[in-house]
Design a protein around this ligand. Structure first.
Ligand code: PDD
Length: 288
């Protein structure tokens, strides 16, 4: 009897997670020389897969690694992982590392066989977070200068997210030179005077598939929404703050560094965006 979400894929083979192993010289292990995606699946259906595969290509280009699979092969792999893990709701994690060399050498050598890994993960129940909102803290963004690449080299994110965990918060919002960029594992949007604001894309933050969907949904709904620098003071005085990611969807932040955001409850624009988001899920990811 296998555990739920236990069947994973590694380099052409499916098996129980505990039965799969990698060479210790894999560059993903030695250097974090790898990129990844997390794709949500609702009732067995992939949610907006193309946006994840487009970003995966951006990440692979960013680390100069050829895509080992064609789009149709990725889709087939995803379908296979979903099927073998109960075809319900889940997140599928995909990772490609540069593979194992003959020793430890920083420099990239051509011709290595990349390692392709995929596994299914349960989606956490977020209903309490939707009802009450979540807490966030702020911290200096101590990450590298290519945060637009979804790299598995996540040590800074791991430390920053753990600071939130220790503070009993859901997320750490990252400030660099006095400006908000994103969360340790989420995009961040704020609401000021009825307008939705978010930091412009740059090498300092990840292009978020959920954020992009939120933008499309709100634009179609007639909400004023734009990219602009968000200074720390604007963040601290925002009427609403949202975090967005493929696994969390859009969550309202109702306390920041221990102080209430707005009136301390999920705000009206968050309620609207959540409604649009849930409807989009029911429509199989279509924006109507
Ligand atoms: N993280 N920014 C960072 C640093 C992230 O790690 C993530 C997602 C996002 C949001 O991207 P998307 O909306 O495409 O999920 C933004 C994933 C879920 C993770 O690392 O588990």
């Amino acid at each position: 009897m296998t555990e739920p979400f236990d069947i994973a894929f590694l380099n052409g083979r499916f098996g129980a997670l505990s039965s799969l192993s990698l060479p210790v010289l894999d560059r993903g292990f030695l250097f974090g020389d790898a990129v990844y995606e997390v794709v949500p699946v609702y009732d067995g259906r992939v949610f907006r897969g193309d946006s994840h595969f487009d970003r995966l290509q951006h990440s692979l280009d960013g680390i100069r690694l050829d895509n080992p699979l064609r789009r149709e092969d990725w889709n087939e792999l995803l379908a296979n992982v979903i099927q073998r893990n109960g075809a319900g709701s889940m997140a599928v994690y995909l990772q490609i590392s540069r593979g194992a060399g003959s020793g430890r050498d920083h420099r990239i050598k051509p011709g290595l066989a990349p390692t392709v890994f995929a596994m299914a993960m349960p989606l956490a129940d977020r209903s309490a977070a939707r009802k009450k909102g979540v807490a966030a803290i702020t911290a200096d963004d101590i990450r590298w200068a290519r945060c637009d690449i979804k790299s598995t080299a996540l040590l800074a994110n791991v430390l920053l997210a753990s600071d939130a965990g220790r503070a009993g918060a859901e997320e750490t919002l990252l400030l660099r030179n006095g400006l908000l960029h994103e969360g340790a594992s989420s995009s961040v949007l704020i609401v000021t005077n009825g307008s939705v604001r978010m930091p412009p894309y740059s090498h300092r933050l990840l292009p978020g598939t959920t954020r992009d969907l939120v933008v499309a949904l709100l634009a179609a709904d007639g909400t004023d929404i734009c990219e602009q620098d968000i200074p720390e003071q604007e963040l601290r005085h925002a009427d609403e703050i949202w975090i967005a990611s493929a696994t969390r969807e859009v969550l309202p932040v109702t306390s920041l560094d221990g102080k209430a955001v707005g009136d301390g409850r999920p705000g009206p624009l968050w309620r609207r965006v959540n409604e649009l988001y849930q409807r989009c899920k029911e429509n199989g990811g279509e924006i109507r």
